[in-house]
Ligand binder design. Structure first.
Ligand code: 5GP
Ligand code: ZN
Length: 116
């Protein structure tokens, strides 16, 4: 089960809504802690957003309590890339805060590449 703090219907977070299937997205990977779905405005042939199931606004909000979760999120990246056929490698981008161009305040990795 995903974290209880995400189960509040008044939660306005766009990516929590995708997580709880309140708005549609093309989900390509899911495990106990992580989901990955296609970016609605892709900037690469494969452009995914990889998010923790726990709501964390950005890297600026991380604390020691997130160490294990962040490890799991990071370990999921090569698995997801492999599943999507990115056998030659991939790019990761994490926009952080207003100054970093972040628009959706639920921590996410952009995972981008080209299948080969
Ligand atoms: P940020 O700028 O916060 O790092 O990136 C947010 C990303 O979310 C953008 O690349 C944008 O295209 C994507 N995005 C925004 N709204 C939606 C949506 O409703 N569905 C999906 N799948 N992606 C979205
Ligand atoms: Zn959220």
């Amino acid at each position: 089960m995903s974290n209880l703090n995400n189960l509040n219907n008044s939660n306005p977070c766009l990516f929590c809504k995708i997580l709880h299937q309140e708005i549609p997205a093309e989900i390509v990977y899911e495990d106990e802690h992580v989901i990955a779905f296609k970016d609605i405005h892709p900037k690469a042939p494969v452009h995914l957003l990889v998010i923790p199931k726990t709501h964390i606004a950005s890297l600026l909000d991380l604390s020691q309590t997130h160490l294990d979760l962040m490890g799991k999120l990071t370990l999921a990246l090569p698995k997801i890339a492999q599943k999507m056929g990115l056998s030659q490698g991939f790019k990761i981008q994490i926009n952080t805060g207003i100054g970093g161009g972040q628009e959706v305040f639920h921590l996410h990795y952009h995972l981008m590449g080209k299948a080969s």
